[in-house]
Design a protein around this ligand. Structure first.
Ligand code: SF4
Ligand code: SF4
Length: 83
């Protein structure tokens, strides 16, 4: 499937719970081996080529660390998608 979205993660806000990693159906996300300033290992968008812009990561993040952007030409009817 063609890539449909971009995901931006605020790695300094992220506490490394990895809920977003577990709930991404396309295996886009993974834990960053580099810790942030808080000493947490944040998630990172390692395989954006597979992102479907489904918004699961946005929905499950308890700390609002994630923004999902639709790529040009992708319908933006879902309220989790910006841009
Ligand atoms: S769900 Fe949010 S806080 Fe948890 S790892 Fe993902 S971005 Fe970080
Ligand atoms: S928008 Fe969906 S496919 Fe893209 S990273 Fe988030 S959960 Fe995965």
């Amino acid at each position: 499937m063609a890539r449909k979205g971009t995901v931006v993660i605020d790695r300094e806000l992220c506490k490394g719970c990895l809920l977003c990693v577990h709930f991404c159906p396309m295996n886009v996300l993974e834990a960053d081996p580099q810790p942030n300033a808080m000493g947490s290992y944040p998630s990172k968008a390692a395989h954006l080529g597979h992102c479907s812009a489904c918004g699961n990561c946005f929905e499950v993040c308890p700390d609002l660390c994630i923004t999902v952007y639709a790529l040009e030409g992708v319908a933006k009817e879902l309220n989790h998608v910006q841009g």
